[in-house]
Design a protein around this ligand. Structure first.
Ligand SMILES: *Cc1c(COP(=O)(O)O)cnc(C)c1O
Length: 511
């Protein structure tokens, strides 16, 4: 069945999936959504006999309906190959009562690889299908992990260039080193003096800047996005929730039809939205547990129905009385106050009312907050919001290590702590999958300091060796690669200078 896409802010202007992948963000600032959410057309029993690539095809064909079978299978087989250090691509590891879905076995050791290893294939295929004559310029804002995964995916891909903006003082040492050492003739990495929200807003503004886009077109360029606002990011992420469920089924950990809970460490709301789409496909998912760090804007939203990026909920009084500050935490990829993908959920629970969605997003832009109706809130009953502060997160890393020997990264630990607290408070004993979104090697300092403060003063690469001894997990190639790599990118700019930096990179000079 053919599925078209349109903006969350305009139901009328429909385009194909491949056009949505090419465009990234809608012209009106909205996000592309499928005109209806598809359902699986093969049984979970049949899926459980397939490998990751097989499941990927069965899921992605439902969303990307204008790609041919041959095209999709080509994209899948080239993305999910030896770049991953494990044949299962996304293994499930049982520890202390929950299943950790390890999504970090790709080349940059964070879950972003799950989608960004296939996006370049989806995009170049889309360009071919649509006779796109321009060179595609991928603009990316990153809170740390997307940047490297996108760089690795697009480096030296013919017909593309990529510019990554990251918060200069808002990423881990390993994250920064991974990005600024990126090689490739078509890549540029730029630090900005602001935070991730500034980077993301700057990128979105460029997408919506008609004059800039016209100027680019004149020079043979067109923008696209590698952020999770691109449906080409979202759709590949649905796959691993289906794969996780059928793996549990295959191994007899759940019986046919038995529901599971899914707990996701959340920032831009892309990963958990993919789980929501998986539920709509027909995967028996009961609760979607949305875990935040100290930047708990989503927790406040699920609790009250109000999304307020400027004020934080005071749980005692129930009022948004305190100033909400952007906090830098040990889980930097979740340091986000404007969760872009929430707009897709708002649109869906609002009854696919584009005018309503547009009005709420306008309120967010103008007043910094919006409140959804009771009717919309009722449709969010499957979501549970939770958060873990820095101390709780560190405690979870330590106790899990002491109890089981298993070491998780700080993002995963936020989710693990939220899941544990939710289980205790609710008595919910449903089998739970926690999305494990990064290798602990990417955040060795935070992880080891949580286990024992004596490690806090050590050098970064000493910490890598200590982590290796403690975890018994082989040091990933991504870490070995940066030990000696040269820094190739050192530009730092103000948020306002972002368009000028992009033009300079493309060799466009205006008087
Ligand atoms: C990006 C990221 C997240 C947040 O995912 P969203 O899809 O933005 O909600 C969580 N953990 C890690 C390690 C990440 O890189």
């Amino acid at each position: 069945m053919n599925i078209l896409y349109h903006s969350t802010r305009n139901n009328d202007k429909k385009i194909t999936a491949s056009q949505a992948v090419l465009q990234g963000l809608a012209e009106d600032g909205g996000l592309f959504v499928p005109e209806r959410l598809p359902a699986l057309d093969v049984s979970l029993d049949a899926l459980k006999e397939m490998d990751y690539q097989g499941v990927a095809y069965e899921v992605m064909k439902l969303f990307l309906t204008d790609y041919t079978e041959e095209e999709l299978k080509y994209c899948i087989s080239h993305a999910y190959d030896k770049k991953f250090d494990t044949e299962e691509i996304a293994p499930l590891v049982y520890a202390d009562g929950v299943y950790y879905l390890e999504l970090f076995h790709g080349s940059t050791i964070a879950f972003k690889d799950m989608a960004l290893s296939i996006l370049p294939y989806l995009m170049t295929t889309a360009a071919r299908k649509n006779g796109c004559g321009e060179e595609i310029v991928i603009l990316t804002a990153t809170s740390g992990d997307t940047g490297k995964a996108a760089l690795a995916g697009f480096a030296d891909v013919p017909g593309t260039r990529i510019v990554v903006f990251y918060p200069k003082h808002g990423v881990s040492a390993v994250q920064e080193k991974q990005m600024v050492t990126q090689r490739g003739g078509n890549v540029r990495v730029i630090g900005i003096t602001g935070n991730f929200d500034d980077a993301q807003t700057g990128v979105k503004q460029m997408f919506n800047d008609a004059a800039l886009k016209a100027e680019l077109k004149e020079h043979g360029f067109v923008f696209s996005s590698a952020n999770s606002i691109n449906i080409g990011r979202l759709v590949p992420q649905v796959v691993y929730y289906v794969y996780a469920y059928v793996t549990l089924l295959k191994n007899g950990k759940v019986s046919a039809g038995e529901p599971i809970n899914v707990c996701v460490p959340t920032g831009n709301f892309g990963n958990i939205l993919a789980a929501y789409f998986a539920k709509h496909l027909g995967v028996p998912i009961a609760k979607l547990i949305c875990a935040s760090n100290t930047n708990k804007v989503l927790f406040d939203f699920f609790k009250t129905g109000t999304y307020d990026k400027l004020h934080a909920l005071d749980e005692q009084s129930g009022a948004f009385s305190a100033e909400r500050k952007f906090m830098l935490t040990g889980s930097p990829s979740m340091d986000i106050l404007i969760s872009s993908n929430l707009e897709r959920l708002i649109y869906l629970v609002g009854g696919c009312d584009d005018a309503k969605d547009k009005a709420l997003m306008q309120e967010l832009k103008e007043k910094g907050a919006y409140t959804i109706t009771e009717e919309m809130k009722a449709k969010l009953a499957d979501f549970v919001g939770g958060y873990a502060d820095e101390a709780r997160t560190a405690e979870k890393i330590r106790t899990l290590y002491e109890d089981t020997g298993y070491i998780i990264d700080p993002h995963t630990a936020v989710a693990a702590a939220v899941q544990e607290d939710y289980g205790k408070a609710s008595g919910d004993r449903t089998v739970t999958v926690v999305a494990s979104t990064a290798s602990p090697y990417k955040f060795a300092r935070t992880v080891l300091s949580a286990i024992d403060p004596v490690y806090a003063g050590k050098e970064d690469f000493d910490l890598i060796d200590i982590l290796n001894e403690k975890s018994g997990v082989e040091i990933p190639q991504a870490i070995e690669d940066i030990r000696s790599a040269k820094v190739l990118h050192d530009i730092v700019c103000e948020t306002e200078e972002m368009p000028a930096q992009v033009k300079a990179f493309l060799g466009i000079y205006t008087s």
